[in-house]
Ligand binder design. Structure first.
Ligand SMILES: Nc1ncnc2c1ncn2[C@@H]1O[C@H](COP(=O)(O)OP(=O)(O)OP(=O)(O)O)[C@@H](O)[C@H]1O
Length: 357
């Protein structure tokens, strides 16, 4: 269904001409990715050196064309400006032959991507709790919510402040002792994406490069779920030290986790290990342990794929309750068994990075 919708959107965009040219935006390689999630469509448009007014008109035309496609409920264009690679020829994925060269982020020692092959496996919850556990080791930690289509960090941290901008540099929000940034702080998440505040061009790249992150020992990047072109481009844009893959124990999630692993390996980003989330369930009434999604699949997969298994996080109501109330469980219940499981994983992460307070 989403493939069909994506094709229909591509066809609609093929009718939108680049201003002053004969080619369509698709033919000119300006559309670097189309992401379809149910009826929501995100389109990444790569423009360099185009005047602001012309870019806005093009964005409006593309959004209207996409919204007119049957089955599309919402369409948002994200414009990226600082294109570092050549425009991808038609049909070539952005992660094709000319990957962007990542540049260092001043004052940030390590950047770790937390990724999952599929959505809803608990990647954001894991990112934030790992960040709090690393903070508790005395490290300076930041979290970038790179899920530009479904930012969850503001909710997970219970923050809806708007960041200050000084000399065109976005000041990260500080919450729970972490420096955090999310597109959700810059836009109204309930509204269709309209970029306000700073000129949010090249959304993720700006969130990486135009935010006063340093000094940090570790910046955790909560990636958007999946392994498509958008994710691949992000992986190429960020100077990653390594990646952590989150999966649930089910076979289907693990198949997607393998894809995630393959994506990072393709661009030579070291895999730090796999985390099995919702690993076991402890009945709050009788205390019995059950494996409702199976158990141990991620450890087996890690073994087969030659990477480390970092540990499992139980499925526990309080993880979700604390997440929903903006107070990560590692901060709210620091000594609970679930928090200890997060801490054990965080200890391995900091050891692999070779960082200590
Ligand atoms: N170990 C856990 N125990 C109980 N609930 C959990 C656990 N991990 C995550 N959840 C809950 O599962 C849901 C999905 O988690 P989360 O939003 O972190 O997933 P995600 O992989 O980041 O999703 P998305 O694909 O939307 O980015 C949330 O309601 C979260 O509170």
């Amino acid at each position: 269904m989403s493939d069909t919708l994506k094709k229909s959107v591509e066809a609609a965009l093929n009718e939108i001409k680049v201003p002053g040219a004969d080619q369509s935006v698709m033919e000119a390689g300006l559309v670097s990715a189309i992401v379809v999630d149910s009826g929501k469509v995100g389109i990444i448009l790569e423009l360099s050196g185009r005047d602001q007014a012309g870019a806005e008109a093009l964005r409006t035309a593309i959004e209207s064309a996409a919204r007119a496609v049957e089955g599309v409920e919402e369409a948002n264009v994200i414009m990226t400006a600082a294109r570092q690679a050549q425009a991808a020829p038609k049909g070539q994925p952005v992660g094709g032959k000319a990957p962007p060269t990542p540049t260092e982020i001043p004052g940030v020692k390590h950047i770790v991507a937390v990724a999952s092959g599929k959505g809803g496996v608990g990647k954001s919850t894991t990112s934030i709790n790992l960040a709090v556990a690393l903070r508790d080791q005395g490290l300076k930690v930041g979290v970038l919510d790179a899920d530009i289509f479904g930012p969850s960090l503001p909710m997970l941290l219970g923050v809806d402040d708007k960041p200050d901008i000084k000399n065109k540099i976005i000041q990260p929000i500080v919450a729970h002792g972490l420096k955090v940034m999310s597109i959700g702080f810059l836009i109204d998440v309930d509204q269709p994406v309209v970029w306000r505040g700073p000129r949010v061009m090249g959304a993720t790249q700006q969130l990486l490069k135009d935010v006063a992150w340093g000094p940090l020992d570790v910046l955790i990047v909560d990636m958007p779920p999946g392994t498509g072109d958008v994710q691949l481009t992000m992986v190429q844009q960020a100077p990653l030290t390594g990646a952590v893959i989150v999966s649930t124990p089910q076979d289907l999630a693990l198949i997607d986790a393998r894809k995630g692993l393959a994506m990072f390996r393709k661009v030579d980003v070291p895999i730090m290990g796999i985390i099995e989330n919702m690993s076991t369930f402890h009945c709050p009434h009788c205390g019995e342990e059950s494996h409702i999604f199976g158990h141990g699949g991620a450890a087996d997969t890690a073994g087969e794929l030659g990477c480390d298994f970092l540990g499992g996080i139980p499925l526990h109501m309080s993880v979700r309750e604390h997440a929903d109330s903006g107070d990560p469980i590692v901060a709210a219940e620091p000594d609970s068994p679930v928090s200890k499981a997060y801490r054990a994983i965080a200890a391995q992460v900091s050891e692999k990075l070779g960082v200590s307070a």
